[in-house]
Write a protein that binds this ligand. Sequence first.
Ligand SMILES: [Zn+2]
Ligand SMILES: [Zn+2]
Length: 286
Amino acid sequence: MNIYERGGTKNSPPKCSYCRNPNHKARECDQAPKDWEYWKNKQVPPYAPAVNWWTQPRYWGEWYTKCAKTMDSIERYQAQQALPKAKRKATSRSCGFCGSKHHTRRNCDKMQDFLADCYTANANWRRKAYEVLVQKHGIYVGSAVKVKKTSTYSTGVQDAVALVTDVNFDKLNLFCANARWGDYSQRLLVAVNVNGHRQMLQFYNNHYHRTTSPTPLEQEFETVFKDTGHGQYNFNGVVTNGSTPLDPSWVTDYRDAFDWLVKKRSYDRLKEEGIVKTVEHWKNVS
Ligand SMILES: [Zn+2]
Ligand SMILES: [Zn+2]
């Protein structure tokens, strides 16, 4: 089988249909323009062309026609090469975000509008998160908090004071408010030091009881963070709250993630995955 023996559909080497040179195609021929200098003045070129019989006067017409056609394709090719790359393919492209055939992501109004909504929604969410987390409950690095051991197996001392050592502020974003598990949701992670041991803090007494009897604290966290991680120690109030004022840049940071997202996913997919709904909701929360 030919195709198998050739090892696939490898292109045969280019061969000029004008001068028969195997190292270029007719559109890049350097012999045709030299010959055309003569033909355009109705003179027969003095050089012997690759096609032997063209030298015979009765085939001069054929030689002339072939040279003229080759000149056409050379000019077309050069004009095409002069265009910017994007323009050469523009007709066959469509917008990966909204699906329109008339533009690409680069100039998609729908994408720009959605991105602006994402920025607004995320800023609104971050402002709210700061309010609940830092201002109200004193969760920030260096803060002392009361914790309660949640293990049902332990009957020993339950309460302790812990020092907050780490909060994943840089990762927290709008999609912490998205309950759907998967590509988007982000968990709130608060690490504390309890008697010399690093522990992850939890903000619900028990995940199973969450829906039946949520405390006001739980309800508050539920609004902003759908998933606050799992740990043995439950947050049980702040000891001292000397929270620093909000750094305004934190609220508007994290834009890169949304810039990236709209380049990777289509609007329809984001809609299907509940992302559009979350953005629509939070862009109106003040
Ligand atoms: Zn050639
Ligand atoms: Zn578009």
